[in-house]
Design a protein around this ligand. Structure first.
Ligand SMILES: [Zn+2]
Length: 354
């Protein structure tokens, strides 16, 4: 019953990792004292005999944990609060990937700096499931602006409508589709079921319990959707316009009948920079639309968007959302449903000037 050995490798890098490792150990001690069949806790007891599933982002890690239950061990590569577009794995983490029975990644270019490590693991025979590609991704409207040098070849031979079947090829370097699928609860409900199927296929374990837990996850996602819809219902049509720091909210906007009219950082990533002309266009856009709030993200520096707001003056506020990560345990965005409802509440309040 000693199961710590699989933990430390992934948790060496930083103080956050050290804290997470400590929390995991504490969770383990608590779990040992209780009935191990009780799966209400998110910290399952790591058992070296169970298959190891590694998820890239905290949001996917939470999904995999909930769907996998006590039958698998789950590790999450990208720490809470870190920018998934910008996260680079340590050599130890890259090596740990090869111990996985399955890696669940977002794909569509989200984990830009993890790609070579994921490719390496895949070449060594570890299945990598890029979930976002299976979720009817939206095409990035600003992709060309972000990559002007690749303007001419970015959609060579890609028929986006034909990309709905499982695609292992070119999984990691596809930048023309929007990776932020998790901000649509319907897509995440589907994702839970797809992950359940992958877990059963790659571990050889019975699919039924995975699918049952996936249905529970989907129910919670849809309940959050209903609550979010109610919160946003009060916004009149002319106040449903979003300006965000990076282009994270297209799926959320489409699901909840909002419109992203501008982003500070061009492209679907966080790694590009706007030009002075881009910024003055945004100022004009904010003023013309009488936008009362613009939205930054907890994972990305808000320096640029704050200075934009200062230029406009007191009629616009900057509201910070958690779009690309979950919050710390106990915070309103610590769970996926909490993330969706909190995002809706902050947008409704911000755009109505409260
Ligand atoms: Zn993002």
């Amino acid at each position: 019953m000693t199961r710590t050995p699989s933990l430390p490798k992934l948790h060496k890098r930083s103080a956050t990792f050290a804290l997470l490792a400590l929390l995991s150990v504490l969770g383990l001690l608590v779990s040992c004292g209780s009935d191990s069949k009780d799966t209400t806790s998110t910290s399952t007891v790591p058992d070296p005999n169970r298959p190891l599933v590694i998820a890239t982002t905290p949001i996917l890690g939470d999904l995999v944990r909930q769907v996998g239950g006590d039958e698998i061990n789950v590790e999450v590569l990208i720490p809470l609060g870190a920018d998934p577009h910008d996260f680079e794995p340590s050599a130890a983490q890259a090596a740990q990937l090869r111990n996985a029975s399955l890696i669940v990644a977002n794909g569509l270019g989200l984990e830009e700096r993890l790609e070579s490590a994921l490719d390496g693991a895949e070449k060594d025979g570890v299945p990598v499931f890029d979930v976002a590609e299976q979720l009817d991704p939206l095409v990035l409207s600003t992709a060309d602006e972000a990559k002007p040098s690749k303007e001419d070849d970015h959609d060579h031979g890609h028929d986006h409508d034909a990309e709905k079947e499982p695609a292992q090829e070119e999984a990691h370097n596809h930048g023309a589709e929007d990776p932020h699928v998790w901000l649509d609860p319907e897509r995440m409900a589907t994702a839970a079921s797809l992950v359940a199927t992958q877990l059963a296929t790659t571990t050889g374990l019975d699919a039924a319990p995975f699918q049952e837990r996936a249905a529970t996850y989907a129910d919670a996602a849809r309940a959050a959707e209903t609550e979010a819809r109610a919160l946003l219902a009060e916004l009149p049509a002319d106040q449903r316009k979003l300006i965000t720091n990076h282009d994270a909210l297209e799926y959320f906007a489409q699901r909840f009948n909002l419109e992203v009219i501008g982003t500070v950082i061009p492209g679907g990533s966080t790694l590009a920079e706007p030009s002075a002309a881009d910024l003055s266009d945004l100022v004009a856009l904010i003023e013309a639309n009488n936008v009362k709030a613009i939205f930054s993200e907890s994972t990305v520096s808000s320096k640029m968007i704050e200075s934009l707001a200062r230029e406009i003056g007191s009629q616009v506020s900057v509201v910070e959302l958690s779009t690309d990560t979950l919050g710390e345990p106990g915070s309103p965005t610590a769970t996926y449903p909490g993330l969706i409802v909190t995002t809706a509440r902050l947008i409704a309040n911000g755009l109505s000037g409260r």
